[in-house]
Ligand binder design. Structure first.
Ligand SMILES: O=C(O)CCC(=O)C(=O)O
Length: 257
């Protein structure tokens, strides 16, 4: 059953105690992600129950993928995830969610759907451009439902890589485009690329800018994730005036090569 979800979530009033602090906003704006430990800890049984209701229902349509981004290994996706769950749909209007979204996007935001995932795979480095070009500011609110560390698939992010027009981000996006080339280009495997690993417990909320380059390693055992996505209502308004677009750093050879 599809739940009634309001696509135009703009300006639903939210009590100021649910807003992020100026420090949390500055952290997010600067590094491109934020973790709020335990924000949903009190509701975790209901949240996990809602997740398993959908993935445990044999009638539920799912997408099974084996993409290069995931080493050609299995990932199972349910698009429009919370929309189909009476137990999870209320999250769209939960004041904790709205407080985060209004703090990071402002009053002019739009619901951009949700997705549920079972990962039997790793995820190589990428930013989220599906249905959202880099110019269109989006934030993702992620609920990982297992105890995760770097040893079993915790999400990794490259701080600052959300500044997508800058040389650093454009160099990474070019070089990560083909995961098979990472070792040739950098001399290390993908899992040794400098990044922050966000260890998490069920009930934590991890938020990232779609543009922030992220990946996960060592996690192939039914890792559970669902995410709520929100974007600025009018593409290109969040970032203010147009930014200068810099070139990626050019490749060069050692002298004599
Ligand atoms: O946890 C993962 O393996 C990757 C998640 C991800 O890339 C995403 O949800 O955009």
């Amino acid at each position: 059953m599809s739940q009634a979800i309001n696509p135009e979530a703009t300006a639903v009033p939210v009590d100021s105690r649910y807003l992020l602090s100026p420090q949390q906003i500055h952290y997010f704006d600067t590094f491109g992600y934020l973790k709020i430990p335990g924000l949903f800890a009190d509701d975790i049984d209901e949240i996990v129950g809602g997740f398993e209701d959908l993935f445990g229902n044999e009638e539920q349509p799912v997408w099974e993928t084996r993409e290069a981004l995931h080493g050609d290994e299995r990932r199972v996706i349910i698009p429009g995830f919370i929309e189909q769950s009476p137990r999870l749909a209320p999250l769209q209007h939960d004041p904790r969610v709205l407080g985060v979204v209004q703090s990071l996007i402002g009053p002019e935001y739009k619901w951009a759907s949700s997705d549920g995932n079972l990962f039997y795979c790793e995820s190589y480095w990428h930013s989220d451009m599906y249905s959202a070009p880099l110019q269109h500011y989006h934030v993702k609110l992620s609920f990982y439902l297992d105890d995760l560390t770097g040893q079993n698939g915790a999400i990794r992010l490259i701080p600052g890589s959300h500044f997508h027009n800058q040389t650093f981000a454009r160099t990474l996006l070019r070089d990560f485009n083909d995961p098979a080339k990472i070792t040739e280009l950098f001399g290390v495997d993908g899992n040794e690329i400098p990044s922050v690993t966000i260890e998490s417990k069920p009930g934590d909320l991890i938020i990232w800018n779609f543009r922030t380059i992220h990946g996960s390693y060592n996690g192939g055992e039914r890792r559970r994730l669902f995410s709520l996505n929100f974007g600025e209502a009018t593409p290109g308004t969040h970032d203010g005036p147009a930014q200068t677009v810099y070139d990626p750093y050019p490749y060069r050879s050692a002298p004599g090569n």
